[in-house]
Design a binder for this molecule. Structure first.
Ligand SMILES: [Zn+2]
Length: 326
């Protein structure tokens, strides 16, 4: 198990380990529209099945943050774990096929049973493990829109994929609209709804005493984010959430992004500034009457691609996502 500290060196190690996991390689394939179209045209293999099977062999990395809080990386979105006498609480559920790896990683942290699960939003790579975690005894808390989307067949146009309604055991058992406070394992947790951002179901989870904030997919540390317009996400909502995140943390806060390494306020500022700059460029071009193809060809993300475009969303894909919302 690694121990988290705030040197850049640790971030570097964490990032390399993160990128090295098989699950993320699969997600790279999964989220790239170009590859996805090709996949759908040439075969019937679902990208969800691809990521599920890849996650089965993904290496799960555990990093201890502060106090009784750790993070698991390697199966879908980053999973925070709080331990103690009230049982383990997880923030996000990973991919079901990683169950053996996640079970092993959880057992290595502490023997406490799994009692609570919070979903940061409805997306598959954060809720796929809901059913098995619930079967182990976890009560599932989420925003009401997470339950709404999981309850019915839901199309994500940006992934060209329709997710079937989840089984009853995977559905959140406790939902809220704006905020919720929990007190477990001598820790106060504040759950807060973002107005529509990456989706219309995003929440943050703050461990107030430890000063740790899980912001779900409102932050992809070091990567262009996916924006899910099909369930209420937008570039402007994503920018508003990035602003709110920056305003909310101090330089001492440890921030868990949905994807990418554990980070801090300066990195959140960099992400916010990148979103704003690219939004402005794409908006200016669109207002000049340029088509999507013309805007993508003009490479409005060129200055940023080397840093931000090397993960699941490349520059062209991100420009396309921004174009849809300006
Ligand atoms: Zn997401």
């Amino acid at each position: 198990m690694k121990t988290f500290n705030t040197t850049n060196e640790t971030f570097g190690i964490s990032r390399r380990q993160f990128l090295a996991t098989a699950g993320l390689t699969a997600m790279f394939v999964w989220l790239r529209p170009g590859r996805l179209f090709a996949e759908e045209e040439s075969t019937t293999v679902s990208p969800v099945l691809i990521i599920r099977s890849a996650a089965a062999t993904a290496k799960i990395t555990t990093t201890k943050l502060r106090g009784n809080i750790s993070v698991l990386e390697g199966s879908g979105g980053n999973v925070a774990v709080l331990t103690g006498r009230d049982g383990k609480l997880l923030v996000d559920a990973g991919i079901t096929s990683s169950r053996p790896g996640i079970t092993e990683a959880l057992a290595a942290i502490s023997p406490d049973p799994i009692k609570h699960l919070i979903n940061t939003h409805w997306h598959f790579d954060h809720t796929d493990g809901n059913e098995w975690l619930h079967s182990e005894g976890a009560e599932i808390t989420a925003h009401e829109n997470t339950r709404k989307h999981l309850s019915v067949d839901t199309r994500v146009e940006g992934w060209k994929f329709t997710f079937p309604a989840s089984p009853a055991g995977a559905l959140p058992t406790k939902v809220f609209a704006t905020d919720q406070k929990l007190h477990l394992n001598d820790t106060t947790l504040v759950l807060k709804y973002y107005p529509p951002a990456h989706t219309d179901s995003d929440i943050s989870v703050e461990f107030t005493d430890a000063d740790i904030l899980h912001v779900g997919d409102t932050w992809w540390n070091g990567h262009y984010p996916f924006i899910d317009y099909s369930t209420g996400g937008s570039i402007d909502g994503s920018i508003r959430a990035a602003e709110a995140n920056v305003a909310r943390v101090t330089n001492k806060t440890i921030v868990i992004p949905g994807h990418g390494p554990i980070g801090d306020k300066p990195q959140m500022i960099e992400f916010r500034d990148m979103l704003v700059a690219i939004r402005d460029k794409v908006s200016t071009l669109k207002k000049q009457g340029r088509s999507l193809a013309e805007v993508v060809a003009a490479k409005p993300t060129a200055d940023y691609d080397a840093k931000w475009g090397r993960f699941v969303i490349d520059g062209s894909t991100f420009a396309t996502l921004v174009y849809a919302g300006v």
